[in-house]
Every structure is written in C-alpha cells, then in structure tokens.
Design a binder for this molecule. Structure first.
Ligand code: GCO
Ligand code: MG
Length: 406
C-alpha cells in the first residue's frame, strides 16, 4: 500500500519535565509520522517556522517523496541553514521517514540498508561537585554496565559549572524562566581537569572509556595544553574544546596533541563540518539528527565522514526528544562508521507522553523492531504539560563579569 497525500501536520509543544516540540504528520489513510523539532531555549521559534511556513507546504504532498521534500524545504526557501531552519526541516524529515517505514511495515534501519551491528555503544554522564562525587557517579554508572563514561566535576573556586547538578538530581541543560549566570576561570579549569582524570584512572584502571566535554570555552592554545595534559589518561574523546565557529582553530590543536577530538553538537549541516572532516582534524562528528536536517541530511554528513575515517558520536542530551533518540538508534544500527551514542536518560514524567520501543541495557542501546522509528506521542497526555519558558545559563568570566562562551 502506498500513501497518496498528507492531510494534516500539527505542531505540539509540551513540557513533561522540560520543553519538547513535536511535528505530527498524518496521511489520508490515517498513518502518523512523528518528528522532533526541539531547539533548547528557542523552542517557539521552530514551532512558528513549522506552523507558519512549512505546514502549508506539506498539506496535499505525497509523503513518500522524502528527498524531494527535503530539497524543497532546504534549497527552495532561498534562505538556507541556521538552527531554526534545519531543526524544522529535520522534524519534517523524521516524520516522513517514520511514515515510509510504517507503510513498508519495517523498522527504519531496514530501509536505510539493514543492520551493521547488533547494538549501539553509549556513553553516560557522571558529574559531581568535586572529584570525590564524580568518582562515586562513575562507580554508579559502571555498576549499571556503562563501558564509556563522560566525567565532569566542579572546579575549585567556581561556584557552579556546566553539566554539574547543584541539587543532587540529574543535570538538565535548562534553567528557569530567566537564565542564571555561571562564573568561569580558564586557568582554574585547566589546572583541575588533569587531576580529575588522574584520580579516575587510579580508581578505575585502564579499561574504562573516559570522555570529557570542554563546552567550547578554550582558545586553540589552551585546548592544545588541555589535550596534552590529558594524554596520560587516554581519553576516548575530548569534546568541543574551542568555539565551533572557527573550524580552522582545530588545526593548531590537532598538531599539538594526540588526544582524540570530538565536535559538532551545535552544527546544522555538512557545510559546518566539511573542513574538520576533510582535514581529519577530528575523530568523531557529534552533530544531532534534530539540529542537522534530519535523517536525510545527517546520513550525508556520516557518509562524508566515513571517507575520512571520522566516526559518529551523536549528540543525545535530554533536550533532544526521544524521537531524535529513536531515529539516531535506527541510523546507528545501519551506519558503517558509527562510533558511540550519547545517552542521558530522560526524567519522569516523560514516559507519560512519549512511547518508545528502544531500550538501554548494560552500556548499550537497542532499537526496536516496530515499523517506523519506534517513538510516538500521546497527544492527550502531552496537553497536561504546557510549555514553560526555560533558558540555558549564561557564562561570565569570574574576574570581571564579561560574557564568555557557554
Ligand atoms: C552534551 C551537551 C549538552 C548541551 C545541551 C545544550 O554534550 O550533551 O553539551 O548538555 O549543553 O544539549 O542544549
Ligand atoms: Mg557537549
């Protein structure tokens, strides 16, 4: 059976614990496709882009024409790229792949080329206010079977830092109604991180895969220093060392250290990562399916990366909805150059709204066998969790209060 046309496309904004934007596309014979359109802290801009500008283009179209729809939304708009545009296009793309796989009666990975692997290696987040708390958090994840763990800890002298929850609860990348401010000191950070990894290697030995995220805060020279000082601890990767705007910064870092580098969670397209991949300045590309144009565009990034021996490490923070995770796992099951998947479990009450057929078990994730990408939304349940404005924090230099990269 082949669908003929799209009869409805609606945008759902809900906040079951944190904000998510979902596009629901419906065909004339009632098949539904779900796409994630969540852009943390700027959610309503994407909702409007979809409602006001893309939905009118979708009604009446043949949903099986995924490539042509992608080309129409990307090239046809004249104004290309940017996080809002690419997130909106991604939502349409995920929903159309979901529909195509449902019509085919197959899990999405089958349409992409079938399985290359049985399960997807993931990394979890261990955070603590100090080294001792981070050691406990790593031990806890190890206990749950994680083989790869990203470790972040508070830095002496800095009150609050990215990735570390102050409340003892899981860290959420979102603040309240207005952003809070964190204070930053690069020298204190550079002194502290090697001590953290020294303590982790002493405690956990050599086998555990360790990762770290510098969150775009260093200059190329500082990044080179950090990479070198972490070499004795053999990281799986060091993430986002410099601001992603200047890819050529990585040339200096790359020639100065052999610590593996990962970057890309703020990229929107292949054009953002082309130079990094072509010059082999990174080991892992971290763009997310939701912010980089959906499955159609993301697999082009991954294929391009494969030629240069760059593997993938998809962004998977909690500000991406389970729909993005479902799609990423299906793509991961097929993708020859899959590396690792980030996994931050969503917190309750998200399971009241999103039904997912993927699962985590002992350090790996498994995508389901249901037709489609395996994630759907209960619209009635979602209506009980209205949108709540929430911002990411701001980061300012401790010594003079000037704004710094977040
Ligand atoms: C990560 C990220 C996130 C981002 C967040 C921003 O590596 O998971 O750095 O925590 O900060 O996704 O919205
Ligand atoms: Mg990151």
């Amino acid at each position: 059976m082949s669908p003929t046309k799209i009869v409805d496309a609606r945008v759902l904004v809900c906040s079951p614990g944190r904000n998510f934007v979902t596009l629901i596309v419906q065909t004339d014979d009632g098949v539904m496709g779900y796409g994630d359109a969540t852009l943390n802290g700027r959610e309503l801009a994407v909702a409007s882009y979809l409602r006001d500008h893309l939905v009118p283009l979708l009604i009446g179209r043949d949903p099986s024409r995924i490539e042509d729809t992608w080309q129409m939304l990307f090239r046809g708009a004249y104004w290309r790229r940017g996080p809002v545009t690419m997130t909106a296009i991604a939502a349409v793309d995920m929903a159309l792949w979901d529909i195509k796989a449902k019509y085919a009666g197959m899990p999405l990975y089958q349409l992409l080329g079938g399985r290359s692997r049985d399960r997807m290696l993931v990394y979890g987040h261990a955070t603590g206010r100090d080294v001792a708390e981070t050691i406990d958090a790593v031990a806890n994840l190890k206990e749950q079977g994680y083989e790869a763990i990203r470790a972040q800890s508070g830095v002496p002298g800095l009150e609050k830092i990215y990735g570390v929850s102050q409340s003892g609860k899981a860290y959420e990348p979102a603040d309240g109604d207005l952003p809070t401010t964190e204070a930053w000191d690069t020298a204190a950070y550079l002194r502290h991180v090697p001590q953290l990894f020294e303590a982790l290697r002493v405690k956990f030995g050599d086998e555990l895969q360790l990762l770290h995220d510098a969150h775009h805060r260093l200059s190329p020279n500082e990044a080179a220093q950090l990479g070198r000082s972490l070499e004795p601890y053999r990281l799986f990767w060091l993430e986002d060392v410099t601001p992603a705007d200047n890819p050529e910064s990585l040339r200096r870092v790359r020639t100065q250290t052999v610590t593996p580098l990962a970057i890309g969670e703020v990229f929107h397209s292949l054009f953002d990562c082309k130079l990094l991949i072509q010059e082999q300045l990174i080991d892992y590309i971290r763009a997310s399916l939701v912010h980089a144009g959906g499955i159609t565009h993301w697999r082009r990034i991954a294929d391009f990366a494969a030629i240069y021996q760059v593997r993938t490490g998809c962004h998977g923070a909690t500000d991406l909805s389970p729909i993005t995770m479902g799609c990423a796992l299906h793509v991961g099951a097929w993708l020859p150059n899959f590396g690792i998947q980030e996994y931050m479990p969503h917190q309750a009450p998200i399971e009241d709204v999103f039904e997912c057929d993927y699962r985590f078990e002992r350090g790996y994730m498994y995508c389901g066998e249901a037709p489609g990408h395996g994630v759907s939304v209960n619209e009635e349940a979602a209506s009980k969790f209205p949108y709540k404005r929430a911002y990411l924090p701001l980061n300012r230099l401790k010594h003079d209060g000037s704004l710094w990269d977040w």
